[in-house]
Write a protein that binds this ligand. Sequence first.
Ligand SMILES: CC(C)(COP(=O)(O)OP(=O)(O)OC[C@H]1O[C@@H](n2cnc3c(N)ncnc32)[C@H](O)[C@@H]1OP(=O)(O)O)[C@@H](O)C(=O)NCCC(=O)NCCS
Length: 395
Amino acid sequence: MNSNSVHQLAFIAGFKLLAEHVLMNNEAYYPGLEGVIAGETEISTVDGGLIYRGYPIEELAEKSTFLEVAFLLLNNKLPNQEFLADFQSILSESAVVPEPVLNFLTEIPLHSSGMDSLRTGIGALAHFDSQVDESTKDANLAKAVRLLAQIPILIANRYRITKGMKTVPPNPELSFAANILYMITGKDPSALHEKAMDVSLILYAEHEFNASTFTARVITSTMSDMHSAITGAVGALKGPLHGGANERVLEVLQEVGTADNAEAWVRDAFAEKRRIMGFGHRVYKEGDPRAVILRKYCQELAEETGNQEMEKIADTIEELVRSEKGLPPNLDWPSARLYYYLGLDVELYTPLFVASRIVGWAAHVIEQAENNRLIRPRSRYTGMEKQPYKIMSDR
Ligand SMILES: CC(C)(COP(=O)(O)OP(=O)(O)OC[C@H]1O[C@@H](n2cnc3c(N)ncnc32)[C@H](O)[C@@H]1OP(=O)(O)O)[C@@H](O)C(=O)NCCC(=O)NCCS
């Protein structure tokens, strides 16, 4: 085949691909909005690695704390000592959940999942927030900080209630990451556990127009309020194709059980065309940079806690899924075992994602409100042609 024919074929293939996405009236349609630029943001980009407000996550994970990153995402600059101390003290003062919301956590059925109780708990917090319907930047920032402080309490209290344990109040002396672990387990974490949790929170904090953030922006675009946007975002995050994947990942690792079973398990999954949770990504086709960072902490913690077998299972699955399907792991793949090595129960994993992503969601709510245009796309109609109406006796 000469080079002219190759060009012709490439042109036809490209045209066919384009034609699949074009409606009769020349309107583009991309299922799942894949590849569509649906808005502008200054908060983060996934082009050339994941970058928060101009800082690559590799550097933030190594040198910053989650609170510094939260401040950066919300305020568009890294805090100096004074700003960080102020931020920390406002956060400590805001770590109060009204009594009726605490009571609600004890009264809902024990089988309600962590994500369901968290979603309704955040919705309930709105009733007690004096600025609930204020959408100025200052009010939105104040509400974001309150939610950041309150969400860990909702998560930890609900968890301990379901286990029949007494709840543990936050300790203002501890870092954000250490405090979450303390409120859940009732024990001060080691420096390594605190750092591992902190890094996971940094990596979960923000990810441009993912499904839950987009949900938050759509809700904000109707001029609704911060609590409504965050409540909706929690609902979107719960699904297994999004945040819910981290809980499914642990179930897989436990089901496989030993490294010797791993290959057979993966081959069965391939044969049955099952989706392997924790692999693949809509945007990162070459690999999720967050997964690379967290893997290092998994290995260190597995060593410390005697969980090397789980690391071997994970490595075998990862190698096979990558080599045979070309799918690299996403952040949920290492974060599930990281949380397991930290001694955390699986029902906490997606709620912990919320404890961090609240910052990214809130930053997007503020950005959307500042420069708002109602998000209201069109759909492609595939239903019935116009037809004559049938009166009841003729149906
Ligand atoms: C995240 C995800 C929804 C992105 O998918 P997407 O961009 O919509 O890609 P598609 O669903 O169109 O998948 C493309 C192909 O890869 C396959 N694929 C994608 N992820 C897969 C997975 N985790 N396991 C097995 N196959 C997978 C699909 O079956 C499809 O194959 P096909 O073309 O033969 O049908 C998808 O990778 C997934 O379901 N992953 C598992 C859930 C997960 O880990 N979510 C957390 C994301 S951070």
